[in-house]
Design a protein around this ligand. Structure first.
Ligand code: FUL
Length: 481
């Protein structure tokens, strides 16, 4: 009896300990689930900073006046009379772009470089006596001009005889290898989800897993674009816009595919708040109605104001912007496009030239652990690598501009290296002895530009109202645009 009582209490003792351990383990799991929220890779962080770049659609379609060539076009049709990649780069830089992505091959299968794995290339054309290589000229010009270089290699190929057979995946791997090894470092590799029929009437089952593995191995610093990443995602429209205030850099991809099997366009636009992977949005749009050059669209080039509007709704909502500017039949950027881009570039440079908050005071009352009301400079130091944690229940960050200033825009950057957390925030100004709310929004992410009517005040207050975990901000900038 005594023995069994002892036995029972021993069992109870160990049972309790096991229960405590179980609860402890569960708590540890919950904590580690919390701490393993998706964060960008170093490559994606660099990509976020690239912000805005140009896209060039160029190839047989430029000469046949169509958007999707059939792949049956004679190679001689490709014959730019005055190809000038230096001019492309000049225009890109004046527009404020930091890189260029070109259609190395579009759906018609024509290769802008002399690929060993195709008979439908610049080598078979009259251009430069078959000795030309657009990618060589452009990648060299990019490097001379300090621009990043990227390629679009359409998986859909309406020319290649092996398209629609398993061997085409080898062809694609071989052509991709040429691009990834012969033209220096790439910052982006662009895949769309188009999957139509090839010359034999068959569709291809793409081996994207293999393509991804190859890209990661040969160009580890490149970010791969597609509907579902893995580096960055399509934004769900071709107007270059994040359509709502909310843009999460995270996305769930399990069970989805590129093309018809992609997540809903709304999801691609907003991301998934608690998505499993860091796959930020890239906004693509053309400066003209079409992706390729068409003379009849010379007067339909987007104005600098239209481009600015796109910029605020893409870059200003935490996405990157890839703006297509199709070279013409000379192989130059048409005057109408370059004039518009130049004015747009000047507008952006002018808008963000003078940050009224630079080096001023940021006061964070009540929110510091030591309650020291320390004046914080990390938020106003122009250094994106420094940041300030904002603890829950904060009463806002007060920016003191030193004297009354007129402003109508604010630019905020979340410290995304630690993940994306902010769900809601508001902006107030101090006017007539009180705080007045002038703007509110949801996510911040890589950056948020908020424009509002002009205010004249010395003080601005930014309050994070809801966030997933304690967020961190890296910069607060104030402008009169
Ligand atoms: C799409 C293509 O079908 C269009 O022609 C264009 O290249 C656009 C950027 O991507 O998938």
């Amino acid at each position: 009896m005594l023995y069994s009582k002892k036995c029972l209490s021993t069992l109870l003792f160990f049972g309790k300990r096991m229960l405590v351990s179980l609860v402890f383990l569960q708590a540890m799991f919950a904590l580690s689930a919390q701490t393993t929220m998706p964060v960008p890779t170093p490559q994606q962080l660099t990509w976020h900073d690239t912000e805005f770049y140009l896209f060039f659609h160029f190839g047989p379609n430029t000469f046949t006046n169509v958007e999707w060539g059939h792949g049956t076009e004679t190679e001689d049709i490709f014959n730019p009379t005055d190809l000038d990649c230096e001019q492309w780069c000049r225009v890109a830089k004046q527009a404020g772009a930091r890189g260029i992505v070109i259609t190395a091959k579009h759906h018609d299968g024509f290769c802008l470089w002399p690929s060993k794995y195709s008979k439908h290339t610049v080598r078979e054309s009259k251009w430069r006596d078959g000795k030309g290589d657009v990618l060589r000229e452009l990648s060299d010009a990019c490097r001379r001009n300090g621009l990043k270089f990227g390629v679009y290699l359409s998986p859909w190929d309406r020319n290649h005889p092996q398209y629609g057979t398993p061997e085409y995946n080898d062809v694609y791997v071989n052509t991709l290898t040429e691009l990834l090894t012969n033209y220096g470092e790439l910052f982006e590799i662009w895949w769309d989800g188009a999957n139509g029929e090839g010359p034999n009437g068959k569709k291809q089952v793409y081996d994207f897993h293999r393509f991804e593995e190859l890209a990661a191995r040969l160009q580890p610093n490149a970010v791969v674009f597609s509907d579902i990443g893995p580096g960055c995602r399509w934004v769900g429209n071709e107007r270059g816009l994040i359509l709502t205030e909310t843009n999460w850099c995270t996305l769930d991809t399990a069970g989805f595919q590129r093309g018809l099997g992609a997540p809903h366009n709304d999801t691609l636009n907003r991301g998934n708040e608690n998505g499993a992977h860091w796959i930020p949005a890239e906004c693509d749009v053309s400066i003209r109605p079409g992706w390729f050059y068409h003379q009849e669209e010379d007067n339909k080039v987007k104005t600098p104001d239209q481009l600015w509007d796109i910029y605020v709704h893409s870059v200003g909502r935490g996405a990157n912007l890839i703006l297509n500017v199709p070279p013409d039949r000379r192989g130059r950027i048409h005057e109408n496009d370059s004039l518009s881009l130049l004015a747009f570039g000047e507008k952006v440079r002018g808008a963000f030239q003078h940050n009224l908050a630079a080096g001023k005071k940021a006061i964070m009352p009540e929110i510091r652990a030591d309650n020291s009301k320390k004046q914080n400079s990390y938020l106003l130091d122009g250094d994106r690598s420094t940041s300030e944690k904002i603890t829950p229940g904060n009463k806002g960050i007060q920016i003191d501009l030193g004297k009354k200033q007129v402003f109508n825009a604010i630019l905020l950057r979340e410290a995304i290296a630690e993940g994306q957390n902010i769900q809601a925030f508001k902006v107030e100004v101090w006017e007539n002895g009180k705080w007045h709310e002038i703007a509110r929004s949801t996510t911040i992410g890589a950056r948020k530009i908020l424009c509002f009517p002009e205010h004249k005040s010395r003080k601005i207050r930014i309050t994070v109202e809801a966030s997933k975990k304690a967020p961190a901000l890296s910069e607060v900038e104030v402008y009169k645009i």
